[in-house]
Design a protein around this ligand. Structure first.
Ligand code: PLP
Length: 418
């Protein structure tokens, strides 16, 4: 990138340059961040951005959609093949919108819905009282066990039988462990409920075959495209069985959205080819291996992790015994150029604005090319900062690690170019 004047608007251009410099100099451990490939970035903002293609291929509200139709059909075919599913909708503007559109179309306010409790790792679009989903439907929640901080499927079953929800939603934002989709399916079958998997965090690991797929068990799968999936932001995918196809498409348009963003559909189509390459499978397995290495370093430094560790890309530090808060750790790590986010932990006694945990993940740094040895060292350094939070002396070592390891390092490592 050149100077801000080259970009055409000095004020905005300056901010773009500053943000680029920030991203290059810092390291992101934010579990919901990643870097999409240069090819994806090229198609985001392409000429398709200005095309109104309201409707679906072959049935649009506006003429001139012959290429938009071909593009969307291509994206749909690639999505079906990437996730081995029967139907895909690629138009949702985000996973949050996809989730609400489906609820809005498929269920009545009197229908019960069931999801993982927010504090135990769920997502706000699964019935949080301050979210539209929470206001419109009747919710019941399941959570993790006090013993191992993992899902207790017997408890999920008894809550399901007691409340008889129309759908069981699983998948969350800060649950570090895998979900047993087969068990969830059996519970849903028992009460004749739909099984709906929100795969926003782990879609990339599933597409790369690094962890088990929710298919054939799930009736509906929703996901964002920018987390482990490593695609452009502002995108939601809905994957489902053929029998649900018509209702799902209606849920998005005309149910909730207007015209889709066709340049983003182009970028998503590129993504959905990338995720089917052998190289992407290597990336997905590296993300999981690297999270394990990070776990190893953190535990070696004496830090405590919710559920004892991770089986995915995500880890949740429990700070309750360190006499600190997620907010305090988040701020201190930022000083060392390490970016992460405060997050509630199961049975948290602190308000969400302080939070008893810190959520971290391995996807973004894996995309930058960090290996297991670097993740292990980083785990030790972050662990030491957390364990000696009041003295602040460990921050210097962390800062120099970041400086040494980001020198000249691009955001998207050449080794992942398919
Ligand atoms: C991040 C996340 C979402 C929201 O995704 P957006 O595309 O940013 O709206 C939805 N559900 C879960 C479980 C998430 O973790």
């Amino acid at each position: 990138m050149g100077t801000s004047a080259d970009i055409g608007d000095v004020e905005v251009g300056d901010l773009v340059l500053l943000e680029e410099r920030r991203q290059l100099a810092q390291i992101s451990l934010v579990a919901s961040e990643n870097y999409s490939s240069p090819i994806i970035r090229r198609f985001e903002g392409s000429i398709f951005a200005d095309k109104n293609a309201e409707g679906y291929p072959g049935n649009r509200c506006v003429a001139g959609c012959e290429y938009a139709d071909q593009l969307e059909r291509l994206a749909i075919e690639r999505a079906k093949s990437a996730f081995s599913c029967e139907h895909a909708n690629v138009q949702a503007m985000s996973a949050t919108i996809a989730n609400f559109a489906i609820m809005n179309e498929l269920f009545q306010p009197s229908d019960g819905l069931m999801a993982m409790r927010l504090q135990d790792g769920g997502h706000l679009s699964h019935g949080a009282p301050f979210h539209a989903s929470g206001r419109k439907f009747r919710w019941c929640f399941y959570g993790v066990s006090v013993i191992d901080e993992q899902l207790d499927y017997d408890e999920v079953r008894s809550i399901a039988i007691e409340n008889r929800p129309a759908a069981i939603i699983c998948g969350g934002s800060s649950y570090p462990r895998l979900i047993d989709y087969e068990k969830m399916y059996e519970i849903a079958q028992e009460i004749d409920a739909l099984l709906w998997v929100d795969l926003a965090h782990t879609a990339g690991l599933v597409a790369g075959r690094a962890i088990p797929s929710p298919f054939p068990y799930a009736d509906i799968v929703t996901t964002s495209t920018h987390k482990t999936l490593r695609g452009p932001r502002g995108g939601g995918l809905i994957l489902c069985k053929q029998e649900m196809a018509e209702k799902i498409d209606r849920a998005i348009f005309p149910g909730l959205q207007g015209a889709p963003k066709m340049d983003l559909i182009a970028a998503r189509a590129v993504l959905l080819a990338e995720v089917q390459t052998a190289r992407f499978g290597e990336y997905a397995r590296a993300v999981v291996r690297n999270a394990k290495a990070l776990e190893g370093g953190l535990l070696e430094a004496g830090a405590s992790l919710v559920s004892g560790g991770t089986s995915s890309h995500l880890l949740l530090l429990n700070l309750s015994k360190c006499n600190t808060t997620g907010r305090e750790v988040e701020l201190l790590l930022s000083e060392a150029q390490v970016i992460a986010n405060k997050n509630p932990i199961p049975f948290d006694t602190l308000p969400p604005s302080k939070a008893g945990g810190l959520r971290i993940g391995s996807a973004a740094l894996t995309t930058r090319g960090f290996d297991e040895a670097q993740f292990f060292e980083l785990g030790i350094l972050v662990g030491k900062v957390v364990m000696s939070i009041k003295s602040k002396e460990m921050i210097v070592d962390l800062m120099s690690f970041v400086e040494r390891n980001t020198q000249g390092l691009p955001l998207f490592n050449q080794k992942w170019v398919a």
